[in-house]
Write a protein that binds this ligand. Structure first.
Ligand code: COA
Length: 329
């Protein structure tokens, strides 16, 4: 069977580190509160002019370099983001131009935090169907461009960064075996950015009302998120006759909150070593988390050839996804 296989991973985070102590100088917060509630110690912040495409380009280039692939051999570039450089042209087009991927189509996917897994699913479908042979899937967000630094309950969580997967066809049993995607659009009010779209086009009023920033009911997101993460892991494992504890070599969870991941892990009975956490150093980079985490997990030797790897995510929408892959490499 022809499957989409992740053949290279790249990641990039901006240089500037913002610690919890740095934040405590501009808002009423402190390192102890942030670490106790989220595990976050620091996050990265883009430089002026370092837009989402500028985060995605080095992540993409690193993945291509690892595989030694000429960008002209790419058939499609998909970028998952909630912070596009502009509404249009899409961010994938900006990446396509910068890479010189002259033979590639380009499109963006907006599905908030699980957007990277929605983009990965789309890329996998292009390959599995035989439409394309080489697809670059990138998740990247410049979250500090939409964070309200006067709202301490959201400002401390988010950071900037990007990750990229190169997908190619495989017929030897490796690659993406199953995809679970879902949503509950009735919960859209719990996490959104109300301004800037056709509902609330930009105006002096929307700016004065701070509508171009993230609004979040953290408690509800936390509670619903934990239940959903546990549910999707159990469902995708069960339908593939795999045990989440014994058979999955590495669980790559969207890094929304370290305490949330600990709680999901303990409900599922996972060995913490199999559910790595790197939110400590990046914060929640939305579409960037799973690429950054995969890159770190590979560098730390947590993923090996033939392992079952399960990537799971949940976020605004609400929307969620879980992707089961047999790792090659
Ligand atoms: N520093 C210090 N105190 C803070 C604070 C901060 N950064 N943010 C909020 N507080 C205070 C609140 O004002 C409140 O004080 P009060 O009890 O005097 O009213 C108290 O801490 C508790 O606030 P609450 O919002 O209930 O905190 P929480 O325990 O729910 O933690 C989050 C807040 C955001 C860390 C947590 O809800 C969360 O992580 N939710 C999930 C978010 C998420 O995953 N979003 C992305 C989805 S992809």
């Amino acid at each position: 069977m022809r499957r989409a296989c992740i053949t290279a991973v790249g990641a990039y985070a901006p240089e500037k580190v913002v610690t919890n102590d740095d934040l405590s100088k501009i808002m009423d917060t402190n390192d102890a509160w942030i670490q106790e509630r989220t595990m976050i110690q620091e996050r990265r912040k883009s430089a002026p002019g370092e837009t989402t495409s500028k985060l995605c380009i080095p992540a993409a280039q690193r993945a291509l370099d690892k595989r030694g692939m000429d960008p002209k051999d790419l058939d499609m570039i998909i970028v998952a983001t909630v912070t596009p450089d502009m509404i249009f042209p899409n961010t994938a087009n900006l990446v396509q131009a910068a890479l010189g991927a002259k033979n590639a189509g380009a499109m963006d996917v907006i599905a908030a935090c699980p957007g990277f897994l929605y983009a990965l699913s789309s890329g996998a479908a292009f390959i599995q169907s035989g439409i394309h042979n080489r697809v670059l899937v990138i998740g990247g967000d410049d979250m500090t461009s939409i964070v309200d630094f006067t709202d301490r309950s959201t400002a401390v969580i988010f950071g900037d960064g990007a990750g990229a997967f190169l997908l190619e066809a495989d017929t030897e049993g490796y690659g993406i075996h199953d995809i679970l995607l879902g949503s509950d659009g009735e919960k859209g009010d719990y996490l959104n950015m109300p301004g800037g779209g056709s509902l609330n086009p930009p105006s002096h009023e929307t700016v004065d009302a701070r509508m171009h920033y993230i609004k979040m009911d953290g408690r509800e997101v936390y509670k619903y998120g934990i239940r959903k993460f546990v549910g999707i892991v159990e469902e995708i494992c069960s339908r593939n006759e795999l045990d989440p504890v014994d058979d999955i070599g590495c669980h790559l969870f969207h890094q929304a909150n370290g305490r949330m991941i600990e709680s999901i892990g303990s409900r599922l009975g996972l060995d913490p070593a199999k559910a790595p956490i790197n939110i400590t150093k990046y914060g929640n980079t939305t579409d960037g988390t799973i690429g950054l985490l995969t890159n770190d997990a590979l560098n730390d030797g947590l993923i090996n050839d033939g392992d079952w790897v399960l990537m799971s995510s949940f976020g605004a929408g609400f929307a969620w996804g879980s992707i089961l892959t047999k790792w090659k490499g």
